[in-house]
Design a protein around this ligand. Structure first.
Ligand code: CAA
Length: 256
């Protein structure tokens, strides 16, 4: 595997670690390409993907050295690649957990927001500081942030470039949990293990239905949910889950 993103498998949990600590895991082209390689085919080898960073950052954003070289056309092409990569992560059939270990700024925060669940170390810090560079977030920051924290709070963060701590991120709904720094990976793996106990089919379908809630009007979303709900009744896992409940035993799911 590459130098900028390390991939490890722990049973059915894949851990991708952004590994450019000397530059606070700034997401340069090479890092983004390696991350794209890592997620290609990840669904075949893992049931949950955890993304984290090495050193004191999750990721401190796009690489500002690269940004300075870009004209408008190159900036558009590059940010589209970043946006598409984050959308692919969001749309992976397996859940993705961001284990947020430190600075999570700009493109780093946008990457964390494309993950399904964010678990943060008490040392994590979040922000969309692009405004300080006289640019704006370009890989989902103005779109996913308001969906998570509400429009007013998103405007406050994007317009001021303010950096917030993990407890504030928890309070506003940017992360789902804050844990002691030393327990971060253990906790992310606990949450992953809890998901892995469930039927893989139901997990996949639940993620699709939940993602639809931000992309579809309510009426369409409700119809989509009803179709997916009904579809699961053709699975052996659903029968097994219901039987196991009634027989007071642990279900054995097979993913069909
Ligand atoms: N791009 C390139 N290099 C970066 C970087 C970035 N985003 N963030 C940090 N680095 C580099 C620093 O230049 C420094 O390199 P050198 O040792 O070679 O000088 C190294 O990483 C360590 O960083 P600092 O010395 O600055 O560390 P610090 O602890 O003093 O400060 C920090 C930490 C507050 C996070 C600070 O590094 C910082 O403000 N970084 C930039 C954050 C930022 O503006 N991110 C948004 C980028 S734009 C974007 O992401 C656009 C988008 O939406 C896609």
């Amino acid at each position: 595997m590459g130098e900028r993103v390390k991939l490890e498998l722990d049973g059915e949990i894949a851990v991708a670690t952004l590994n450019r600590p000397e530059k606070l895991n700034a997401l340069d082209t090479k890092t983004r390409m390696e991350l794209a390689e890592v997620i290609e085919g990840i669904e075949e080898v893992a049931r949950v993907l955890i993304i984290t960073g090495s050193g004191k950052a999750f990721a401190a954003g796009a690489d500002i050295n690269e940004l300075l070289q870009r004209d408008a056309i190159k900036a558009f092409e590059a940010t589209k690649l970043g946006t598409d990569l984050f959308s692919r992560i969001e749309e992976l059939e397996i859940p993705v957990i961001a284990a947020v270990n430190g600075y999570t700024l700009g493109g780093g925060c946008e990457l964390a927001m494309a993950c399904d669940i964010r678990i943060a170390s008490e040392k994590a810090k979040f922000g969309q500081p692009e405004i300080n560079l006289a640019i704006i977030p370009g890989a989902g920051g103005t779109q996913r942030l308001p969906r998570l924290v509400g429009l007013g709070m998103a405007k406050k963060l994007v317009l001021t470039g303010e950096i917030i701590d993990a407890q504030t991120a928890l309070r506003i709904g940017l992360v789902e949990e804050v844990v002691e720094h030393e327990r971060l990976m253990e906790r992310a793996k606990e949450v992953a293990a809890k998901i892995i106990e469930k039927s893989p089919l139901a997990v996949k379908v639940a993620k699709k239905a939940l993602n639809a809630s931000i992309n579809m009007p309510l009426k369409e979303g409700l119809r989509y949910e009803a179709s997916l709900f009904a579809l699961l009744f053709s699975s052996e896992d659903a029968k097994e889950g219901m039987r196991a409940f009634l027989e007071k035993r642990k279900p054995e799911f097979r993913g069909r």
